[in-house]
Design a binder for this molecule. Structure first.
Ligand SMILES: Nc1ncnc2c1ncn2[C@@H]1O[C@H](COP(=O)(O)OP(=O)(O)OP(=O)(O)O)[C@@H](O)[C@H]1O
Ligand SMILES: [Mg+2]
Length: 469
């Protein structure tokens, strides 16, 4: 199979099968390695025990060697003690050989195989024919010190080979059986571990763009899978909230656009219902222009908020002297407050600077001053304050109007939110001004807050990070 085909197969195999395969392969390798280790350990310990008994035999046999006609020979075989019982069997023997390997004398009935070549001292395994033999060879020293021959003790390895063959059979039969059990266990475990993922897949399948209400609702332990389920659930929660917000925004926007458009249509129909003279048309068109102005303001606000949602507001942040900017806005706004018989006071700390977009800040100030002046009765006071507070610049626009009931305060910065009594559109707002203020503060990494007391007035505070000195 080519490498490509293998990769393709790997991609297509379900994860539980892949896990099980890995599990079986790794367990199989570990078992084979362990089996081989045990097998060779057993083999070497069996050989060591054979060697030990050969060595003992040889040492004992050595003591009963005598010289007969200048050649070594066994004497007094009764002194063999414990090993003599071995010698009755046909798998054990001790013999004396001459320097060329010919047998001179032998104890025991077994036919020890002939070792090829000249005798060499030490242990050797002779594997010609069946069974194999283990032979220990040592030189026999003549009285003159020269080796006069060699003594060899030999033991058949047939019992050891039988034990090892038994072990091989057990391993060969047992290993596949254990692997089958491991595979079954692997499938079971993988199945259990992946069950919650199946549950997630089913939930995800049941979701649609218009219904994000389904949740995984996992009740298992808070392990990796539990955390994944929780993360997906909270992501769905946020998505659904964003989706609902967007839906409300669209329908509120459509509703807000409809009101001035209906008014426009009504005015046009009334104007066209009968022939009119020039000044009447002029008056009607001026009324229409006012409605169109309101529509432009509304669509402008909607466009800004939609850009802010997608982080596409073009922001030209520059080092801005807030003190000067607020002074300038107050001067520009004063004629409007004068015409409503309001007093606009300023209390500005000098030289407070921050990195900001001037146009956006002017928009914030106009919205806040507009709200304050709309909600303050004649001879009231609107104040504009600027203070440095730690690493922030605090801009506060206050008034001594009627204040806002506490239950409305948490919603004030929501889009299209207006306090109930304002819905009559006496003040004519769409409820987007404070939402825009909130977005601009967010774009400047700042915060907005509102403090209001019924009958005493309202203050809206905007905090912006100031530039380090
Ligand atoms: N200084 C204030 N005093 C009393 N109520 C206020 C004040 N500022 C805001 N509000 C209330 O908060 C509501 C939301 O204000 P926001 O500026 O968002 O909308 P708006 O002024 O009604 O419309 P827009 O600003 O879009 O023209 C207003 O409808 C008004 O009821
Ligand atoms: Mg407003």
């Amino acid at each position: 199979m080519t490498h490509k085909a293998l990769a393709c197969l790997r991609r297509q195999l379900p994860i539980r099968l892949r896990l099980t395969l890995w599990y079986v392969v790794l367990a199989g390798l570990a078992l084979v390695a362990f089996g081989l280790f045990q097998y060779y350990r057993m083999q070497s310990s069996l050989i060591a025990s054979v060697d030990r008994s050969l060595e003992i035999t040889l040492t004992q046999a050595m003591t009963s060697i005598d010289s007969e006609n200048g050649q070594p020979a066994f004497q007094n075989t009764d002194t063999f003690g414990q090993i003599s019982s071995h010698l009755g069997k046909d798998d054990f023997a001790v013999r004396l050989v001459d320097a060329r390997g010919r047998t001179l004398d032998q104890l025991g009935n077994a036919s020890l195989p002939v070792v090829e070549g000249l005798p060499v001292s030490g242990f050797s395994t002779v594997s010609q024919g069946d069974p194999r033999w283990r032979i220990d060879t040592q030189p026999v020293a003549a009285p003159g010190g020269q080796p006069s021959g060699w003594i060899q003790s030999g033991q058949s390895l047939a019992p050891m080979d039988r034990t090892l063959a038994d072990m091989r059979t057990q391993l060969l039969l047992g290993l596949p059986l254990i692997l089958v059990l491991i595979a079954a266990g692997g499938v079971l475990l993988a199945d259990r571990a992946l069950h919650p993922i199946d549950q997630m897949t089913q939930t995800a399948r049941a979701l649609s763009a218009s219904d994000l209400s389904k949740r995984i609702d996992y009740h298992g332990p808070s392990d990796e899978i539990g955390q994944l389920a929780q993360t997906i659930d909270s992501m769905l929660e946020r998505l659904q909230a964003a989706f609902n917000r967007q839906e409300r925004f669209t329908s509120d926007a459509a509703h807000e656009l409809r009101t001035p458009l209906t008014a426009l249509k009504g005015q046009i129909e009334v104007t066209l219902s009968r022939p009119r003279r020039g000044p009447e048309y002029q008056r009607a068109l001026a009324g229409l222009a006012e409605q169109v102005e309101r529509l432009i303001k509304l669509s402008d606000a909607l466009l800004f908020l939609s850009r802010a949602d997608h982080d596409r507001v073009s922001m030209q942040a520059a080092e801005t002297n807030l003190t000067e900017l607020l002074e300038m806005v107050a001067d520009q706004f004063r004629p409007l407050t004068d015409s409503s018989q309001l007093r606009l006071t300023t209390d500005l700390e000098p030289a407070v600077c921050c990195l900001a977009d001037r146009d956006l800040l002017i928009r914030v100030l106009y919205n806040l001053l507009d709200n304050a002046s709309k909600h303050t009765p004649p001879r009231g006071e609107v104040s504009l304050k600027l203070r440095r507070e730690g690493q922030q610049a605090l801009i506060a626009v206050g008034d001594n109007g009627p204040g806002i009931p506490a239950e409305h305060l948490p919603h004030l910065f929501e889009r299209f939110y207006r306090v109930e009594q304002d819905r009559s559109s006496r003040t004519g707002g769409a409820g987007l001004g404070l939402a825009i203020v909130g977005e601009i503060a967010r774009l400047h990494a700042g915060q907005v807050s509102v403090h209001s007391q019924l009958g005493a007035g309202t203050t809206i505070q905007v905090r912006l990070p100031i530039s380090p000195d």
